[in-house]
Design a protein around this ligand. Structure first.
Ligand code: AMP
Ligand code: ZN
Length: 136
């Protein structure tokens, strides 16, 4: 995609701090990290989000996510690792090229939790939602 910044990085037109690369996936350091070692795992093919991406691509990204999470754990010793992937602006997606975040969480890392924002639905409502979303 011509106007996609991640496609430009993949083509080598924009530099990055590259950590890993294979035929279909690349990983680099996030330019505005939450913490030391915050990185992105990105498929080389341009897909906007999880809905567009091929199943094969999603599997390849997840394999590399684990390789990188293992590396982060071994080398940087964070307390925890948060892995997330945003779909849509409202969810925080700013670059419309599918990617996964690997965020090392240290003692002083500000880690957004959903504490205080979780709610509860009555049993009847839960059953309705169960019916709507049931796949098998
Ligand atoms: P998201 O908000 O999930 O779309 O994540 C996009 C991420 O890409 C953000 O965390 C940005 O800091 C990061 N980012 C944007 N431009 C670059 C760049 N040129 N190199 C590395 N990371 C970038
Ligand atoms: Zn792209």
């Amino acid at each position: 995609m011509d106007d996609c910044i991640f496609c430009k990085i993949i083509k080598g037109e924009i530099p990055c701090y590259k950590l890993y690369e294979n035929d279909s996936v690349i990983a680099w350091l996030d330019i505005q990290p939450l913490s030391k070692g915050h990185l992105l795992v990105v498929p080389k093919a341009h897909y906007q989000d999880i809905h567009e991406a091929s199943e094969e691509t999603l599997c390849e990204v997840m394999k590399v996510a684990r390789i990188m999470a293992n590396k982060v754990k071994t080398e940087l010793h964070p307390e925890a690792i948060l892995i997330n992937q945003n779909n849509g602006e409202k969810a925080g997606q700013t670059i419309m090229h599918y990617h996964m975040h690997i965020k090392p969480i240290y003692e002083d890392t500000h880690c957004n939790t959903e504490e205080g924002h979780r709610t509860g639905f009555p049993d009847e409502e839960m059953k309705k939602i169960e019916e709507i979303l049931k796949v098998n």
